[in-house]
Design a protein around this ligand. Structure first.
Ligand code: ATP
Ligand code: MG
Length: 328
């Protein structure tokens, strides 16, 4: 049996809304943005779970909350059999060697005044892994692995002396140097040119296999998610609306929102006519969500009953879950 590395249960992240003080005093309930609302999912070792959905759906908030870069409002987050929600500062610091995050902009996540060799060595020092000599060897070996060659020359370079793709390789090396169990990648290849992007995606795929990593792969780009992920979760306004094995989701989407996402992917063959489904209107304000199904205000198949449904994920078999009771 393959173990779950990540188990998230009923995760919520509500951001308090900044309002003029008088409005705050007059309102009974404190106004909040429900960025993530009652999310549950798990990721096994060696498995990549994609998290897709349009801008503002809450993907980044999930990625940051589950490794406590921001504090969740409530919920349980187990990583490697430890519930990290209750860990205090020092325990959390130690636990951090098991999980890392890769952001979209490597320039912003690397110290511009530190050589990349030192940047990648830094987590080893923080977690007291190896000796000063073996640490440098570990970095050089990893530079070879992520194709920063000649590795000794790269060790002494600064981030500004690298291309975007090379910088993202540095960030990947830094994320895996402590031998973690779990990596969050938040749009890690979004800023790269197409050709560089596919090389970096290939590297991430190889690293995932070699290190048997659990991966949460956050992206706008369904094609990248398809390439990397065994399963994909689709988010809309703070909720997972559908989750399934990648191939199953592409071939047999159930939720109207997933159908729309799938129909928006360009098809390379001009003779193949794909039905394009267009959602109605704009994404609602997250401070004023529709009652019942949050997608109902834009859903082309909306019915009266949609005002009442609670968006619970229902298992349709083989781990395919959907929050729409009308498309099964
Ligand atoms: N620090 C914050 N304070 C208040 N609201 C926030 C904060 N961070 C995010 N939000 C809100 O939470 C919601 C989800 O944002 P989030 O960045 O998680 O979405 P996303 O799916 O990652 O979007 P994108 O695809 O644009 O990166 C949005 O409505 C956003 O405005
Ligand atoms: Mg985001």
């Amino acid at each position: 049996m393959i173990n779950n590395v990540v188990v998230v249960k009923n995760l919520k992240k509500y951001f308090p809304l900044k309002l003029p003080w008088l409005e705050v005093v007059l309102k009974k309930e404190k106004p909040v943005v429900k960025a993530v609302d009652e999310l549950s999912f798990s990721i096994k070792e060696g498995e990549a779970l994609g998290l897709v959905g349009e801008s503002g759906s809450g993907k980044t908030t999930v990625g940051r909350s589950i490794i406590r870069l921001i504090e969740p409002t409530s919920g349980d987050i187990e990583i490697n059999n430890t519930n990290i929600v209750n860990l205090k500062n020092e325990q959390l610091r130690q636990a951090r060697k098991e999980f890392q995050i890769i952001f979209q902009d490597p320039m912003a996540s690397l110290n511009p005044y530190m050589t990349i060799g030192k940047s990648v060595m830094h987590p080893l020092e923080i977690h007291n892994i190896g000796t000063p000599k073996t640490r440098k060897e570990m970095v050089l070996e990893l530079f070879r692995r992520v194709n920063l060659i000649p590795e000794k020359e790269f060790f002494n370079r600064y981030p500004r002396q690298l291309s975007g793709g090379q910088r993202q390789r540095v960030v990947i090396a830094r994320a895996i140097i402590t031998n973690p169990k779990f990596i969050v990648s938040d749009e890690a290849t979004a800023m790269l040119d197409v050709s560089v992007r596919s090389q970096v995606l290939q590297l991430m795929l190889e690293i995932k296999k070699e290190y048997n990593l659990a991966f949460l792969f956050i992206t706008h780009d369904l094609a990248s998610a398809k390439y990397i992920c065994e399963r994909i979760a689709v988010m809309y306004l703070g909720k997972i609306v559908e989750i399934a094995a990648t191939r199953e989701l592409f071939e047999n989407p159930h939720h109207p929102y997933t159908k729309i996402l799938m129909s928006s992917i360009p098809v390379p063959d001009p003779n193949f006519k794909k039905e394009k489904i267009i959602p109605k209107g704009e994404i609602p304000s997250p401070t004023n969500m529709p009652t019942g199904c949050r997608f109902r205000t834009r859903c082309p198949y909306v019915k009266k009953e949609c005002e009442e449904i609670d968006m619970n994920l229902e298992d349709l078999g083989d781990g395919h879950l959907s929050a729409c009771p009308f498309f099964k």
